[in-house]
Design a protein around this ligand. Structure first.
Ligand SMILES: Cc1cc2nc3c(=O)[nH]c(=O)nc-3n(C[C@H](O)[C@H](O)[C@H](O)COP(=O)(O)O)c2cc1C
Length: 389
């Protein structure tokens, strides 16, 4: 189940850092993609070269060495889970207080997916009420903690503080990632992007949809364990792709596949009209001052599949520049789908082409749930959690 998963391992300055090498091997053997972030102090215990060789990836330490356009602590947050092993008393206490004075700490602060920490320290440090209070704080805000074992410690004493074995940390990681798989065994079809209505072999009518919201939904659904079919004008690795251009092609693809699905999410911006008479030859400019295109109505895919499949969970989108909620309520009543996700395209900071969004989920009873402004990835996860609750 770890095949293709992205695991970020954090290593801090403790003697158990050498065990992180075995942990990396276990994740790699299981097919995961591993990246490693270290505190500068951890370098006293393990070398960058060892970790690079084991992870077969760049190892990250410095906060201010930025090669790409994205600061590293943000780029690293794209992993599926952050496993900090060993977690020193120092790093635990800094994390619990929002301190971000190294790359590992900044990454932990920004990381929004599951986090697992494996404390390892001398018994006196472990029993210190401040360390315990800081661990409790982390637990309260959702960190998973694999508590240290009782045993012989590197400082020559016996007691609680010994980091759990790499195999145990590995198993705990698998457990966390599987309980996160809320959509395991679900099949979801998602449409994304703006359709293209052809005028002639080189011209078409389209819209401003970037497909980012649909793609974020597809990625979030996959992360939550679903098998995703993506019907779109573009192809993306990791999904069952069906590439379509026009509304009619999209309709055909959705109808062919909908019988196998648990849910269909229509996030694509489907053109309401298409050109009545497609020209097989490129239209020449000619002498006339104008050109009139006659348009005919396209099929209403959302309405048709909602009406034809009352048992299927169908979700539509509604992009409005005015009277957002009112129009969303009218749309759900007309289309007969289970949910409408409404977003305001008049705002420059969200919606079309933006990386962020803010949406309202309207259900069949016309009850409304607002999802506050966030990245499209987080909005996507929250939408899926809400509709599959
Ligand atoms: C040999 C040695 C072993 C250490 N082992 C641990 C340990 O197991 N756990 C711990 O919390 N601190 C341990 N420390 C202390 C940390 O290295 C120290 O608190 C450091 O500031 C941690 O930095 P970091 O959290 O940024 O990695 C050890 C220090 C030394 C010199």
């Amino acid at each position: 189940m770890l095949k293709g998963k992205n695991i970020l391992i954090g290593i801090t300055g403790g003697i158990a850092a050498y065990k992180a090498c075995t942990l990396i091997r276990l994740f790699k053997k299981a097919g995961a993609n591993v990246r490693v972030v270290l505190t500068p102090n951890a370098l006293n215990f393990v070398t960058k070269l060892t970790l690079q060789s084991l992870s077969q990836n760049e190892v990250y330490i410095e906060q201010f060495e930025i090669d790409e356009y994205k600061p590293e602590h943000i780029a690293l947050t794209e992993a599926d889970i952050f496993v900090i092993a060993p977690a020193s008393a120092n790093t635990i206490s800094k994390m619990a207080n929002g301190i971000c004075d190294n790359l590992l700490l900044s990454t932990a602060c920004a990381f929004q997916k599951p986090k697992l920490i494996a404390p390892a320290m001398n018994t006196g440090m472990w029993n210190n009420p401040l360390v315990q209070e800081n661990l409790a704080k982390l637990k309260n805000i959702g960190y998973n903690i694999i508590e240290p074992a009782d045993g012989f410690l590197a400082c020559g004493t016996n007691g609680v503080g010994r980091m759990r074995e790499p195999e145990e940390i590995f198993d705990e990681t698998v457990k966390i990632l599987s309980t996160n798989l809320k959509l395991k065994n679900k099949k979801i079809l998602i449409t994304a992007g703006g359709t293209k209505e052809k005028i002639d072999p080189v011209r078409f009518i389209t819209n401003s949809s970037s497909g980012k919201m649909g793609l974020a939904l597809a990625s979030a659904a996959k992360d939550m364990g679903a098998e995703v079919t993506l019907v779109s004008t573009f192809k993306v690795d990791g999904f069952n792709n069906i590439v379509t251009e026009t509304a009619q092609e999209m309709e055909k693809a959705v109808k062919e596949k909908m019988g196998e699905q648990d849910c269909v999410i229509m996030a694509a911006a489907v053109s309401d009209y298409r050109v009545k008479n497609y020209s097989e030859q490129k239209i020449k400019k000619g002498d006339s001052e104008g050109l009139t295109l006659e348009l005919v109505k396209n099929p209403d895919i959302l309405q048709e599949i909602s009406m034809q499949n009352p048992q299927l969970l169908v979700v539509g989108f509604c992009a409005e520049s005015e009277n957002l909620i009112e129009n969303a309520k009218k749309k759900i009543q007309k289309k007969g789908c289970d949910y409408i996700i409404a977003n305001d395209i008049s705002r420059k900071d969200i919606g079309f082409n933006s990386n962020e969004n803010e949406v309202y989920i309207v259900d069949k009873n016309l009850d409304i749930t607002k999802i506050e402004k966030d990245t499209k990835q987080n909005i996507a996860r929250k939408i899926l959690e809400a509709i599959f609750e």
